[in-house]
Design a binder for this molecule. Structure first.
Ligand code: H79
Length: 449
């Protein structure tokens, strides 16, 4: 039975305005986690802490005063915003999301509302402004990550137990709103806000506030794209309201995990998966031998899977305290970029093709095309034949490798609409893309004009 929800969804979904269409067509983004935690890099007083480096303050039980004094060491002399932006562009991302303030509370921009910011470091300059300008100059959209959970701010409470807690939290709400409006004021080219740290009871108890805040931010900044994680309704339901309706503009619950690749329900909403390269490290950690480090092919497969299910893929980088990227990240960015150079036509502006996923990989389809389908292959079948099950009545006109458009691949029709594409002897760089051209329109795509 339907509940009455007053502080639920604000914008009807899926949004079809130009800003959202752009967000959707971007598909591949770079996440940047940068803050004071980059300085110790997971190591405190000679001891290495395995848990996420951006949680070191909590893992090592460091007092707020001690942690906050890292501010006076923050001096990323190697930071070169233009070099960062060029690396991101070469990797093939169309957007970047950067931590303006993580749980530690340190602000990467000079904020009027706190001294715990970049202005009061040896670096001193507006680092966030430099970042945005450089990325925009490379044609990359920028969104801002903002944690409402704040270990530095004296008014943050996990739970509001007393009148005094409630008063403190009222002040925290004003602070939060001021900072967000300040960010949008200072950086008018920003495309989206990515909220985090919204799971505590205090936030769940303030659904009306997150509703009014989302509304206000969108009024100030038309086109703004906000993640579902920002929101709770007045009953404390997060991401989805008490009737299961998605809040914000896209689902942002896919953190370090992907949906089941056969799931069709997920294609009905916009969504984004954010992913780390090690198991669970967002900020810079000195020791990457602690866990598995994902390979370029593993990450490319995740990007392709997201695309095939109408999702975006936001891949995280954790720069060092000095302001450069570790070698492993530079190498992966290059490898992914090389693949994107040849195959990005199966990614940008692409989404769910309306077809049943097969074992060899993923179908994607350009949202502006009705008769061309991409097959991105990660598992080569032993018989060299790629099964394609089209919707009934569909006929394949031609199939070929994206890398060799002039050579038609052999087709074997199995039954009405069902084919084998033969590609046993082809030489390709893996993972590779096969293109199918259909005789007729065959599209059950969700995001259609
Ligand atoms: O910024 C990165 C991490 O530092 C941050 N989010 C990503 C993007 C992060 N903060 N905390 N966590 C990740 C893990 C926290 C998980 C939990 Fe929970 C919060 C466990 C209990 C409360 C998630 C929300 C699972 C249950 C509720």
């Amino acid at each position: 039975s339907e509940k009455e929800v007053k502080y639920g969804q604000i914008t009807e979904l899926p949004r079809q305005d130009d800003a959202m269409k752009k967000w959707r067509s971007n598909r591949f983004g770079q996440f940047i986690h940068w803050g004071l935690y980059a300085i110790p890099g997971g190591v405190w007083k000679g001891k290495t802490y395995e848990y996420a480096a951006e949680f070191l303050k909590s893992s090592a039980g460091i007092s707020t005063a001690t942690w906050d004094s890292l501010q006076y060491q923050f001096n990323p002399i190697k930071f070169n915003a233009m070099a960062w932006a060029k690396m991101a562009k070469a990797m093939g991302v169309k957007y970047a999301t950067i931590t303006t303030k993580h749980h530690e509370g340190f602000c990467l921009w000079p904020s009027e509302y706190t001294d715990f910011d970049i202005e009061n470091t040896p670096y001193g300059k507006d680092l966030l402004g430099e970042f945005i300008e450089a990325y925009n100059a490379e044609g990359i959209d920028v969104s801002l990550y903002y944690s409402v959970l704040d270990w530095h701010h004296p008014d943050w409470r996990y739970k509001l137990n007393s009148e005094e807690d409630k008063e403190a939290f009222e002040r925290l709400k004003i602070f939060t709103k001021n900072q967000l409006l300040e960010l949008l004021d200072r950086y008018p080219t920003v495309k989206g806000l990515w909220f985090d740290g919204t799971w505590d009871q205090c936030w769940k108890d303030n659904g009306q506030f997150s509703y009014e805040l989302e509304k206000k931010l969108k009024e100030k900044h038309p086109g703004l794209v906000v993640n579902s994680r920002m929101r709770a309704d007045e009953y404390g339901s997060r991401h989805f309201d008490s009737n299961g309706v998605l809040m914000g503009d896209y689902e942002s619950g896919y953190e370090r995990r992907l949906p089941n690749p056969w799931d069709i329900e997920v294609t009905k909403n916009d969504w984004e998966c954010c992913m780390t390269i090690p198991e669970n490290q967002w900020g810079y950690h000195k020791d990457w031998t602690l866990t598995h480090i994902k390979t370029a092919n593993e990450l490319i497969e995740m990007l392709v899977q997201c695309t095939s299910q109408n999702g975006n893929f936001l891949l995280n980088f954790g720069p060092t305290g000095e302001g450069d990227f570790r070698e492993e990240e530079v190498k992966l960015a290059k490898e992914i970029g090389d693949w994107m150079d040849d195959n990005s036509s199966a990614i940008y502006n692409c989404g769910y093709a309306g077809l049943k996923k097969q074992g060899w990989g993923y179908f994607t389809q350009n949202n502006d095309s009705e008769t061309t389908i991409n097959m991105v292959v990660f598992n080569k079948p032993i018989n060299g034949k790629y099964r394609v099950k089209l919707n009934k009545g569909s006929v394949i006109k031609k199939a070929y490798l994206l890398s060799k458009p002039d050579k038609a691949l052999d087709l074997e029709e199995i039954s009405n609409g069902e084919y084998f594409i033969e590609a046993k002897k082809v030489k390709t760089k893996d993972p590779f893309v096969i293109i199918i051209e259909l005789e007729n329109k065959d599209s059950k795509k969700f995001h259609q004009k």
